[in-house]
Design a protein around this ligand. Structure first.
Ligand code: FES
Length: 88
């Protein structure tokens, strides 16, 4: 039996009906950061369903740190990636 690849970090980007309006741009920021920093496989990006935080759309979660942010802009997404992934 083969082993499951376990990433160091998982970034969940909400793709529910409210957050979905912004999620493509947010995911693009993370995809570029993962690629530019050669972190493919170490950091994975997952679209998640609505987490009932729609008033704070768009919502992003960093795991296993269990850090959640709402009202995420592209600029904030870049900063969060640096803070939670690169500087840890
Ligand atoms: S659609 Fe993202 S929290 Fe509801």
């Amino acid at each position: 039996m083969s082993k499951i690849d376990i990433p160091n970090h998982t970034i969940f980007v909400c793709d529910g009906s409210k957050c979905g309006k912004y999620s493509k741009e947010i995911r693009r920021v993370f995809k570029d950061k993962i690629k530019d920093n050669h972190l493919k496989g170490e950091v994975i990006l997952i679209k998640m369903d609505c987490s009932d935080n729609c008033d704070h759309a768009p919502v992003v979660s960093f795991q296993p740190e269990n850090i959640w942010h709402g009202e995420v802009t592209e600029r904030k997404a870049e900063k969060f990636f640096d803070r939670y992934i690169l500087e840890r």
